[in-house]
Write a protein that binds this ligand. Structure first.
Ligand SMILES: N[C@@H](CCC(=O)N[C@@H](CS)C(=O)NCC(=O)O)C(=O)O
Length: 204
């Protein structure tokens, strides 16, 4: 626990992503649960930190003025910059390039369609939402090809595993794991990591 760094979040993939990144980087923080059902994300004090009324939000009071980060993937970048070498090999080098390449694959080609599916469903466009949801599954299956070694971007855990794991978790009931044993083994190995478990339980 560290009162200088606060992570506001809830039991959602975006919040888990941020918490897992802090845990894997070994950054001490205080988790602050935002009750989405009670619409706390829309309360004025919280919206002063996150005008979009979304989770997660990281506040680093060790900086003056306090550093406020509203995007889960920017929180991953923050954790990587604060403790270099934990979430990606230190730049430059081909291993680092591969980590960033795969990380952005999950951010833009898998997580983004999943967000799009959510909004299409909310708009009542169920057929379009289904196309986007299917795309998420297809892209995760495609990513099984990345697993030539133990992790999504080589032989060490990285931010690519964080982005991949959180989106794979959100569709775990729809993925045909039996037909994708390498993906299944990777998923279970990531899920079993103590820091990942701490991140998943941060907002209980
Ligand atoms: N791009 C943002 C997305 C954040 C986001 O959409 N958060 C959702 C939960 S997954 C949220 O706070 N929803 C509450 C609401 O919209 O009222 C990120 O990656 O952090």
């Amino acid at each position: 626990m560290n009162n200088l760094i606060e992570l506001y979040g809830a039991n959602t993939g975006n919040s888990f992503r941020a918490a897992i990144a802090l845990e894997e980087a070994g950054i001490l923080y205080t988790a602050k649960k935002v009750d989405l059902w009670a619409h706390e994300q829309r309360d004025i004090p919280y919206k002063a930190l996150n005008p979009a009324g979304k989770v997660p939000t990281l506040v680093d009071h060790s900086e003056t003025p306090a550093l406020i980060i509203n995007q889960s993937n920017a929180i991953i970048q923050y954790a990587d910059a604060k403790v270099p070498g934990q979430l990606a090999p230190i730049w430059p080098g081909p291993e680092t390039v591969r980590v960033y390449d795969r990380y952005f694959f999950f951010v833009t080609d898998v997580i983004a369609p999943s967000h799009a599916a959510f909004f299409l469903r909310q708009a009542g466009l169920d057929d379009a939402a289904a196309v986007m949801s299917e795309r998420v599954i297809e892209q995760l299956i495609f990513a099984e090809g990345f697993l030539t070694e133990e992790f999504m971007a080589g032989d060490r855990f990285s931010m690519a595993d964080i982005s991949a794991f959180t989106i794979a978790s959100s569709v775990r009931d729809r993925l045909d794991w039996k037909s994708h044993p390498r993906l299944a083994d990777w998923f279970h190995a990531i899920e079993a990591r103590p820091a990942v478990q701490r991140g998943l339980n941060a907002f209980q």
